[in-house]
Design a protein around this ligand. Structure first.
Ligand code: FE2
Length: 335
């Protein structure tokens, strides 16, 4: 006896056969529905969950084989047993190749029909259980990946904070740049994955400063060309540090975060839209935060002055599209 009342659908143009099968299978506890045509069967599948279909091959109109294909593509969780008019193994094999779970031959031996139904439903239950378990495992993996990512992100944030704590001028810079960059990314309609990459790229963008001489970095006077070049190695060094642990997009973002849109940056190899969008966003966020913060060589600028300066550099240092997003964002949030 079945554990639960699974619904079976008998599709046969002969009313006597439908009645015979329905009687037998109902007596075994199954919920039995019946219909005389393929078209009608599809309507019934559309409106109610059917566990198994017993399908006559030869019917007027759409044949059982045609309907089998449609059931298997539209309702893959429904088992199908084909009913053939003759005991022809080739027809049976053909049905199995087309996706049928089993086949039975007319005239029916009702015990064999019952056994075929039981076996096909058991196979279906197992398939559903396996799928459910796979889904459970996938959800579990996704959850654990999220936990690992959070832990990793926490560790990186701690490392960045430790690095910034050495320098009284840059405390909290990466965190603020991340907030600004994400606001710009949001305004530009970045995908979820691109936003995630942008978060990492922003947090890590200055990690290469670990290799920069502290005295030069905190120099209160104007930097010489040599000193400026030394400080700017941090973009390349940073990309090298993070390369083994983050994806290529994040690495590229860090490598190019000081590139100028018009190509006038130091030792720049790519220009304009060839510069990754994340790096172009980061350039604006980084510059804005730097302008409104005190630096060893100058006091903080006002937000209005910083915005004017950023706007003035649209098309030269910065991507004009990012500038539009930046101005919209500032206008909306009064950053
Ligand atoms: Fe930087």
């Amino acid at each position: 006896m079945p554990v639960q009342r699974e619904t079976l659908l008998i599709v046969d143009d002969e009313a006597a056969i439908r009645k015979l099968l329905c009687q037998k299978l109902s007596s075994q506890g199954y919920q039995c529905e019946e219909t005389y045509s393929a078209e009608q069967a599809l309507n019934m599948l559309e409106t109610s969950p059917i566990a198994l279909v017993i399908l006559d091959i030869k019917m007027p109109g759409k044949s059982g084989i045609e309907l089998l294909r449609e059931i298997k593509s539209g309702y893959p969780d429904t088992a199908v047993i084909m009913a053939t008019a003759v005991n022809d193994i080739n027809v049976g094999i053909q049905c199995l190749k087309q996706g049928a779970d089993d086949y039975i031959c007319k005239p029916f031996n009702l015990e064999e029909v019952s056994l075929a139904v039981q076996k096909s439903l058991e196979k279906r239950r197992l398939q559903l259980e396996i799928r459910e378990y796979q889904q459970y495992l996938e959800e579990k993996i996704e959850e654990q990946t999220g936990d690992i990512r959070k832990l990793f992100l926490g560790a990186i944030e701690a490392l960045v904070s430790a690095l910034e704590a050495k320098d009284k001028y840059t405390g909290g810079h990466s965190r603020r740049v991340t907030d600004i960059a994400l606001a710009l990314g949001n305004e530009l309609g970045l995908s979820r994955q691109d936003m995630e990459d942008l978060r990492w790229g922003s947090l890590l963008h200055d990690i290469g400063k670990i290799a920069v001489d502290q005295v030069t970095q905190n120099k209160p006077d104007r930097l010489t060309r040599e000193e400026y070049e030394h400080i700017m190695i941090h973009a390349h060094v940073g990309a090298g540090i993070v390369r083994p642990v983050v994806n290529g997009k994040i690495t590229e973002m860090i490598e190019h975060h000081h590139d100028h849109y018009d190509g006038s940056g130091l030792h720049q190899v790519i220009v304009g839209s060839d510069i990754p969008l994340g790096a172009r966003i980061l350039a604006v966020a980084d510059a804005f935060d730097a302008m409104i913060s005190d630096r060893p060589y100058r006091p903080a600028m006002s937000i209005t002055d910083a915005m004017d300066e950023i706007r003035r550099c649209a098309g030269t240092q910065f991507d004009p599209i990012v500038i539009v997003a930046f101005l919209n964002t500032v206008r909306l949030t009064k950053m």
